[in-house]
Design a protein around this ligand. Structure first.
Ligand SMILES: NC(=O)c1ccc[n+]([C@@H]2O[C@H](COP(=O)([O-])OP(=O)(O)OC[C@H]3O[C@@H](n4cnc5c(N)ncnc54)[C@H](O)[C@@H]3O)[C@@H](O)[C@H]2O)c1
Ligand SMILES: O=P(O)(O)OC[C@H]1O[C@H](O[C@H]2[C@H](O)[C@@H](O)[C@@H](O)O[C@@H]2CO)[C@H](O)[C@@H](O)[C@@H]1O
Ligand SMILES: [Mn+2]
Length: 441
């Protein structure tokens, strides 16, 4: 089995230690020769890297090379895989996106509604530059991107790199939901085979099977309707915000029992309720800064001081394991099935070919081979078409420096709807994002 050279881009991320533990857990499926960290924030990256050294010394002694750098050539030279997890503008800008939206009575969320648009326009330039730089030094590497908002980033990359078939955008939300399904069904996530369609953070499971082909969908729906639904991945199982979000799945299923919704549908189906439950002065970004970000910082400090992982709370998570198993299937032609983001090209036959859709695909060393979904029913088609038009208009607005298109995008979004509100939020976001967005005329 060929050992892989992997670079993690945005290695100062709060997700990196979970990724390292997942690389340890998955080392037989995806063995590494070399691990490289790259970030633009040297100090943030160094803290995570020094903690990583402690983990690797104990749990991955066979790794031949580990290094961290802010130099792109050193980071991207001759790698087999690049995992990209950057956050342009950091959590501070996420906080602004969420607060501007909520103060105008609209969903304030990282990837949904105005927050998604603002974050998308920040992510696109950095993502384009990074892909160009990685390609300069590693023309054949697989690039797995999970930088958000994945839907908007995927659409922008599709336009700029139409012939690059080795960029794959992925989200962990369907997998995190499947961890909860697996718990209910008394199975492991890897035993389940999903049927699913949608856009990123905007989709539905239509069927859940086991590997023997038994249809478990009704059993799952019955359980959710009668006994509720909770997050089970250790990373989010005790997080009150995620607990509330998973509980909302029961409400969605009661209202629309046909398919099992992605948790993110709550923002589009119940926007008013989502606004009411939030505190516009202390949003999810504040919770993350005071929670996950502080926790990771403390954990790094402890690991570095103690120079051992003993007593440290360190676990692999579904976020890391899912990305790594996709990478393994790409590297070793495993043909495993994962839900990924790909260009439609007839997969969902009544949606446009150039939509970036999220669907199950068999992952081979030639890339994802998505399964046909066929025609989707009117309700879902209508919802998706509105969201897709919003996503396309955001990317148009970015590349064409077009204020009108940005305004149309926000007005189309189900979390906004009212044109004067869309205009007010857009103007406030333009002001807040002066440093990051292109000028819109
Ligand atoms: N697709 C998914 O399902 C999924 C799941 C989890 C996280 N994410 C995404 O992963 C990213 C990281 O999230 P986080 O909360 O850990 O953020 P974070 O701010 O803790 O980490 C992001 C890191 O990226 C670095 N960075 C920013 N711009 C960069 C650039 N141009 N080049 C290199 N590094 C750069 C920052 O310095 C920081 O260390 C976000 O985009 C988040 O939305 C996506
Ligand atoms: O509000 P946050 O920053 O806590 O989360 C936003 C991200 O939420 C999803 O990722 C989950 C993931 O599904 C779960 O497995 C675990 O790893 O936690 C993550 C969040 O903490 C979503 O898919 C991402 O796109 C969001 O960035
Ligand atoms: Mn996601």
């Amino acid at each position: 089995m060929k050992k892989q050279r992997l670079v993690i881009v945005g290695a100062g991320s709060t997700y990196t230690l979970g990724m390292i533990m997942s690389l340890v857990k998955e080392k037989e499926n995806f063995p590494l020769k070399s691990l490289i960290f790259y970030d633009i924030d040297a100090e943030r990256q160094e803290r995570v890297a020094k903690a990583t050294e402690v983990i690797l010394k104990e749990k991955y002694p066979e790794l031949e090379e580990f290094k961290y750098t802010t130099d792109k050539e050193e980071a991207f030279k001759d790698v087999d895989f690049a995992f990209i997890q950057i956050r342009t503008g950091g959590l501070k800008m996420r906080e602004k996106d969420e607060k501007i939206s909520l103060k105008n009575g609209v969903v304030g969320q990282e990837t949904c509604g105005p927050g998604g648009m603002a974050y998308g326009m920040r992510s696109i330039p950095d993502m384009i530059e990074l892909i160009k730089d990685i390609r300069k030094h590693s023309p054949n590497a697989w690039i797995l991107n999970y930088t958000n908002p994945a839907a908007i980033v995927a659409e922008a990359l599709r336009r700029v790199f139409p012939n690059d078939k080795k960029i794959l955008n992925i989200c962990d939300m369907p997998a995190a939901i499947m961890v909860s399904y697996a718990k209910i069904l008394g199975k492991e996530i890897w035993d389940l085979v999903p049927e699913y369609f949608g856009l990123n953070h905007f989709g539905w499971f239509t069927k859940i099977y086991d590997k023997e082909g038994n249809d478990l969908t009704d059993e799952l729906k019955d359980h959710i309707l009668n006994k509720g639904f909770l997050p089970e991945d250790a990373e989010i199982a005790n997080d009150q915000s995620w607990i509330k979000t998973f509980k909302q799945v029961e409400v969605m299923l009661r209202d629309f029992p046909e398919y099992l919704p992605n948790t993110y549908m709550q923002y589009y189906l119940y926007p008013q309720k989502m606004v009411e439950k939030e505190d516009p002065n202390y949003t999810r970004a504040n919770q993350v800064m005071d929670g996950r970000e502080k926790r990771v910082k403390e954990l790094c400090k402890t690991l570095i001081e103690n120079q051992t992982t003993e007593g440290a709370h360190l676990e692999p998570d579904i976020h890391g394991r899912y990305m790594i198993r996709v990478a393994a299937s790409l590297a070793y032609n495993n043909g495993d099935i994962f839900i990924v983001i790909v260009e439609n090209n007839g997969i969902i036959s009544n949606l446009p070919d150039d939509a970036m859709v999220e669907v199950p695909a068999m992952i081979t060393n030639h890339g994802p081979k998505p399964f046909a979904v066929g025609k989707i029913p009117t309700f879902y088609k209508g919802l998706i078409e509105g969201q897709l038009a919003y996503e396309k208009l955001v990317v148009d607005a970015f590349f064409e420096n077009d204020y009108d298109k940005a305004l149309k995008a926000l007005t189309l979004n189900r979390t906004v709807v009212n044109a004067p509100v869309a205009r007010k939020i857009l103007d406030e976001l333009i002001e807040a994002n002066k440093e990051y967005w292109p000028e819109l005329n």
